[in-house]
Each structure stands twice: as C-alpha cells, then as structure tokens.
Write a protein of this length. Structure first.
Length: 211
C-alpha cells in the first residue's frame, strides 16, 4: 500500500501491531484521528501512557489495579476462602460479568505451554502456593482454558497444592474445576455469561473430572 505521507505510514505501522488490527483497519483509525479535533488524539495518547506507567498489579491476587490491592481483594463482603484461579485479567472480567461468583481470584498471568517455552516458573504459581500456606483458603476453583495447555496447568496445580496441603498444612483444600458447559478448547473470556455463570455454580471436584 502506498501512503501519501511518511507520518501516516508510521502511524499505520504502529497501530497495526495491535492484536486483531490489520493495515486497513489501522489506516481507518489513523484517518479518523486526523479528521477529528487534536484533543481526541491527545486524550487517547495520554490514557495509554498513563495506563503503561501507572497501572499496578494487586499484591494479593496479581490482577491489574489502580492501587497496590485491587477492589475485589479489598471487599470484605466477598468470600476470601474461595479462590478462583484464572489465566488472565480478561477471565476475571468475564466471570465478574456473570454476577454468580462471590469469592476472590488468583491470576496466573499465563498457562504452561512447553511449545511456547512457558514453564511453571514463568507464571504466578509460587505466589498461589504462598496463599495456600497461609491456611485461609478452603477451596480453589481451577477456571483455566479447556485446552491441552490449560489442562496441563490444572494438573500441575492440583498435584503441587495437594502435596503442599498434605505435607505442610495437614488438611485438605477442596480443588474443583468449572463444569464442562464451557466447550473443549474454549477460552473463558469467550464464553457467554449465562454458560460461564452456570459453569461456576455447578463446578465439580477436580479429581472427578480427571481420573
């Protein structure tokens, strides 16, 4: 594609680096910004810079937050003994939108994927173990993608948490997984709210699903 301006071409190239945005869509966005008042572009640029520089990760659950602790972990009305383990913040948002869950979360920041070079050390499992060691958790809900990578991560967490409980806590922590209303191979964030909500409510013991 030939551009009448190098500045326009550079803007299109940068915008097209965003997920799901091709060159044509990036061009449409760039031209939109040129067409409207300068304040529109400034507000967009400022919001992105502030996001990048000021965003924090909750020191309890690892979700993104404006403060050191996210509003979910600060909410004393929620059940802090019930922890839903998810891959990323998008999954937290998806589950929250169901209005069917009143526990708290643990965001791994990824899932185990040897093909992509992602091991257990690359995601936030150690922090989850530390939370379990505190002895305040009664149940973990593994709400990870129903993919090979997601199941691998769930198996690993189930194994290591079960070991921690037997060796250190001398008590059992219930480990469950969302019901298979979520189709095999699906990501949590793409499930509709009703199906996802029912999958949380009708969760099953992990060992009953994978035995």
């Amino acid at each position: 594609m030939d551009y009448p301006s190098l500045l326009l071409e550079n803007a299109v190239n940068e915008l097209s680096k965003l997920p799901g945005i091709g060159k044509r869509t990036a061009l449409r966005y760039a031209l939109y910004l040129l067409k409207h008042e300068e304040i529109v572009t400034k507000q967009l640029a400022e919001s992105i810079v502030k996001l990048r520089h000021n965003i924090k990760f909750c020191e309890i659950c690892n979700s993104i937050s404006d403060n050191n602790t996210c509003f979910i972990c600060e909410d004393m009305k929620r059940n802090h003994s019930l922890v839903c383990v998810v891959e990323n913040i998008r999954d937290v948002m998806a589950i929250e939108n169901t209005h069917q869950y009143n526990g708290v979360y643990h965001v791994l920041g990824g899932i185990i994927s040897p093909i992509d070079g992602i091991s257990a050390k690359d995601i936030d499992i150690e922090h989850l173990i530390s939370r379990v060691r505190d002895g305040k958790i009664s149940e973990l809900i593994l709400a990870l993608p129903t993919t090979i990578e997601g199941d691998t991560t769930s198996f690993y967490i189930n194994k290591i948490i079960t070991k921690e409980c037997s060796e250190l806590l001398n008590k059992e922590i219930k480990i469950s997984t969302i019901a298979r209303g979520i189709a095999i191979g699906d990501n949590i964030e793409f499930a509709d709210e009703i199906t996802l909500g029912r999958s949380i409510i009708n969760r099953l013991p992990f060992d009953e699903i994978y035995q």
